[in-house]
Write a protein that binds this ligand. Structure first.
Ligand code: ADP
Length: 247
């Protein structure tokens, strides 16, 4: 059996008396495009925060590429190939996409990255940044200040910054949040075109996008996985329709 990109066993977290996530056994296959759905307050972002090491679980374990990372700090998980984006974007509005990506590459290239390190001064670094922007369909906007980009483009840039770390696993927390409908399709087209060796787990509320892009869907309700499966099975699961789809 192939190693899983991510696997949790009995994962849970309590905030005081409140059990936000409980007994989650989640599996992310290598190269998967997997959606995490569920009503507001179900614990989706909290689960991402557990996976990335923002929160320490109060129960259970997390394995990444077969290695137990439950006690690893967030930066160690990131260095080992786990990247994420946030619901609210974290960009520098006055920088260009090109410089933003170059800075993200600098971050990857070393703790205490400095401007005089050879790779970061080299044209190769800029070539890499341009190639990344091209992959995200942002190459024509490389020199436009971030503040002037359409919101959908800003969200794509966030993904570019996450990819600059060369992750093996990408966790996307509502990548299309706040993006107008006519831009969100393109945004997910780009996510769909990411290299197949990057495993992607994404939170998304728009069911059209979920059913179009996810190969597998995990449904979280009140902190617990209600069910998991192929989109076709999830769409026809009466429990999911009742608690989530509202029909
Ligand atoms: P979702 O992403 O599915 O909308 P969240 O993971 O944001 O849900 O939140 C799940 C529940 O956990 C919510 O009731 C939220 O208030 C609670 N929660 C999340 N983080 C904390 C925290 N740091 N302290 C206390 N409660 C929290």
């Amino acid at each position: 059996m192939s190693t899983l990109a991510l696997e949790t066993q009995g994962l849970g977290i309590r905030f005081g008396a409140f059990q936000a996530v409980a007994e989650v056994n989640l599996q992310l296959q290598v190269g998967a495009r997997q959606a995490l759905i569920g009503p507001n307050g179900a614990g989706k972002t909290t689960l991402i925060n557990l996976l990335t090491g923002v929160y320490k679980p109060t129960a259970g374990s997390i394995r990444m590429n077969g290695q137990d990372i439950t006690v690893h700090a967030a930066d160690r998980r990131a260095r080992n190939g786990l990247a994420r984006t946030f619901q609210i974007n974290q960009l520098f509005p006055s920088l260009t996409p090109l410089l933003s990506v170059v800075l993200a590459i600098h971050e990857r290239e070393g703790q205490g990255a400095t401007w005089w390190r050879p790779y970061q001064r080299s044209t190769a670094c800029f070539d890499e940044a341009h190639a990344l922007l091209k992959r995200l369909r942002l190459d024509a906007l490389a020199q436009v200040p971030v503040a002037e980009l359409a919101y959908g483009k800003q969200r794509l840039l966030e993904i570019a910054l996450a990819l600059a770390a060369r992750p093996r696993i990408l966790l996307l927390d509502e990548p299309a949040a706040g993006v107008p409908e006519d831009e969100s399709g393109e945004l997910f087209d780009v996510i769909g075109e990411l290299p197949s060796d990057i495993s992607v787990l994404f939170i998304e509320h728009d069911m059209k996008l979920v059913f179009r892009f996810a190969q597998r869907i995990s449904v979280l309700v009140a902190g617990r996985i209600l069910t998991e499966g192929a989109p076709r099975d999830i769409a026809h699961d009466p429990r999911v329709r009742e608690v989530y789809l509202g029909s």
